[in-house]
Ligand binder design. Structure first.
Ligand code: ADP
Ligand code: MG
Ligand code: ZN
Length: 648
């Protein structure tokens, strides 16, 4: 399809059209007004001289006189009206007069009454005269507001209506023209792209917590939009674009909005997928239009969310994608073409930076990369603080503990958690959110809702209880482990039949080999307890197995913690910000060896778990019975009971 601009769109430039529409609207308004007055005039007015008026009064032909600011309006007595109207009319002066003559709406038709008017003359004798002849007189209070409203209705409304109608038609037309571009009336491209300009995003940096480094980088952009001279004077060029990179839900979109809010400039927000359409050329034209609009609105911020939808690397695809490539090329061209000193800043967000085309990342385009990581302990606490402000809380709320329990959660998870807690408080008919609501919300996010109605058999319940106590024992009996927070055998909607919740005392950024082995051993201990007590294996251990295997494999392949391979890397991580899947980099033979290594780690941990459980069999029995009777026990209850059995 031809991508050239067609001449057909030329007549749709904004200014002449606007003028035309205005003129047209005026005309229609005029017509409408005359029509309105034509049909609403049931009173015909006639101009008479002041003398005639006085004569009429003296001849007792006047019923009533109204004093207006500039004239008297005279209502004749009923019986006089008929013959008076037949008298020739003085020269017509008003529209109403002309109409009456030309249209033949004669005053002798029933629904038309006659009024006379005459100019205002100062006359001291008038009132006595009127009194003498028993004429009613009054001054109507003119309603200015009503007049104004009437004017709006009869003049402005039709024009607006016509304008809207026109816009609608034009848009229709420009869409119908298919390939023709040139943008219908204020449309964007020729389609209904979701471009929107938010004048005020209402979000500030205060609403974004736990992303101090990212905020700092963005501050500079804000500062530039505020005082560009400061930078241009010295010859410094503002980076044209910044790329926000990070896992989903960490606040990338929020940060971009905050930049706009802080800078107090217009904010164009688009999703990358808005550009990608079925028709070739549409995406490219959309990019062009976007930049055109942005240039007109400068200073402003253009935010392209999920930019990977267009910015995907151009090579390495079978078949390729013409449309996306065109769109990307257009984006590259536009980014080179515009002048950042005018105050247009492009922000983009993605959680897959590795698939972006290299050309997009070179200096002069998205040359600045702002990492928006999952928040750390302090960050999570701060984010919770931001969101907890929106709900009423009890004084027992301890956000630090919630933050400790939510390692790995992103900002969106935490926002969601606070809301879940508030919902739970409502469910319990409370006025405020309590700590237990928050902790329960954490579990809901991690494990799903409690499923109290699931009926498990006594046997199953016992197995689950021993399994969980097995985990808990392995936790308590090993160094390097995090304390037990809670043990439960109440099933959850996300599949867990029970679980042991561990709670770190502080946050670590490094994990030692010993800690990893400890964790794998804990995972093994559930199954081990089942085997020891009931001499059977159940499907309940599947999640434990998955976790343990993943960790063992990472030890071997990523962290250089195996005897055999030492510090050789066997795989690399792809999609760091999404699923963190790793891909192998070695031959199949080496891979087979690595598998053996993984199996060895797991089996040694399994043996260790077995020793722990065997040694603590009496404690296992008592604790499991206790758990069965209570269904949920706290870490303290667990440790208190366990203290009766000293570590052997
Ligand atoms: P992303 O674009 O990175 O996927 P969003 O910016 O859309 O994530 O975040 C979704 C929601 O999560 C936000 O609207 C906000 O309520 C909450 N949120 C995320 N990160 C933060 C943060 N750092 N501070 C406060 N709230 C946050
Ligand atoms: Mg987003
Ligand atoms: Zn388990």
């Amino acid at each position: 399809m031809n991508d050239k601009k067609k001449g057909g769109g030329g007549g749709m430039k904004l200014p002449p059209n606007l003028l035309g529409i205005l003129m047209f609207g005026l005309l229609v308004s005029l017509l409408l007004n005359t029509l309105v007055s034509l049909f609403s005039t049931s009173v015909v007015q006639k101009d008479i001289s002041y003398n005639e008026f006085l004569d009429m009064v003296r001849q007792d032909k006047v019923e009533e006189v109204q004093f207006l600011s500039d004239r008297y309006v005279i209502t004749p007595k009923e019986e006089e009206a008929a013959d008076l109207t037949l008298t020739p009319i003085p020269s017509p002066q008003s529209i109403q007069d002309i109409m009456e003559q030309s249209s033949g709406v004669k005053s002798n038709s029933d629904n038309v009454s006659v009024q006379y008017y005459t100019g205002y003359i100062y006359d001291e004798d008038l009132l006595p005269l009127l009194n003498e002849h028993n004429v009613k007189y009054s001054t109507p209070i003119e309603n200015k507001l009503l007049n104004a409203v009437w004017a709006v209705i009869t003049w402005v409304m039709p024009m607006i209506l016509i304008y809207v109608l026109f816009m609608f038609l034009m848009n229709r037309m420009s869409k119908g023209m298919g390939g023709g571009r040139g943008g219908g009336f204020m449309s964007f491209g020729q389609s209904n792209a979701k471009v929107y300009v938010e004048k005020k995003t209402g979000v500030t940096f205060d609403d974004v917590a736990g992303q101090e480094e990212a905020k700092e980088s963005l501050m500079e952009i804000v500062d530039f939009l505020h005082k560009p001279e400061k930078y241009t004077n010295i010859g410094a060029k503002q980076p044209k674009g910044a790329l926000l990179v990070g896992p989903p839900g960490t606040g990338k979109t929020l940060l971009a909005k905050a930049v706009a809010g802080e800078a107090n400039v217009a904010f164009f927000s688009l999703n990358g997928s808005d550009f990608v359409e079925m028709f070739v050329g549409v995406g490219a034209s959309r990019v062009r239009d976007l930049f055109k609009q942005a240039n007109q609105m400068a200073p402003c911020i253009v935010f392209i969310d999920e930019v990977d939808a267009i910015g995907k690397s151009r090579d390495g695809q079978i078949g390729g994608n013409d449309e996306r490539e065109q769109t990307l090329n257009q984006l590259l061209a536009e980014m080179d073409g515009f002048d950042s000193s005018r105050g247009v800043v492009i922000l983009a967000a993605t959680n897959r930076p590795e698939i972006l085309d290299k050309a997009l990342l070179r200096p002069g385009r998205f040359d600045r990369r702002i990492i928006v990581e999952r928040p750390d302990l302090k960050g999570r606490e701060d984010i919770l603080k931001v969101h907890i402000k929106k709900v009423k809380t009890n004084s027992d709320v301890d956000l630090k503990r919630v933050a400790l329990a939510t390692s790995g959660a992103a900002g969106a998870d935490l926002a969601n958690m606070v809301n879940e807690a508030a919902l739970r408080a409502v469910r319990f008919n409370r006025q405020e959110v309590m700590q237990e609501d928050l902790m329960e919300a954490v579990e809901v996010i991690v494990a799903g809702k409690e499923k109290k109605d699931r009926i498990m058999t006594e046997k199953e319940k016992r197995i689950v209880a021993f399994h969980e106590i097995g985990h808990a024992l392995a936790t308590a009996r090993q160094k390097n482990s995090q304390p037990v927070q809670k043990i439960t055998i109440v099933p959850r909607t996300m599949g867990a039949l029970g679980y042991v919740m561990q709670m770190p005392e502080e946050e670590h950024y490094l994990m030692t080999k010993d800690e990893m082995l400890t964790q794998i051993t804990i995972s093994m201990a559930g199954r081990v307890a089942e085997e020891e007590v009931f001499n059977l294996q159940t499907t309940g251990a599947s999640n434990d197995i998955e976790q343990a295997t993943k960790m063992a494999r990472n030890m071997v392949e990523l962290y250089g913690m195996s005897e055999k391979f030492g510090m050789m890397g066997l795989s690399s991580i792809e999609n760091k910000y999404l699923d963190g899947r790793s891909v192998t980099m070695v031959s199949q033979i080496t891979e087979a060896d690595a598998d053996k290594e993984v199996a060895a780690i797991i089996s040694s941990c399994y043996e260790k778990a077995k020793r722990i459980i065997k040694n603590d069999r009496p404690a296992l029995e008592e604790l499991a019975e206790f758990l069965i009777s209570k269904e949920t026990i706290t870490g303290e209850e667990f440790m208190e009971l366990l203290s009766k059995y000293p570590q052997s």
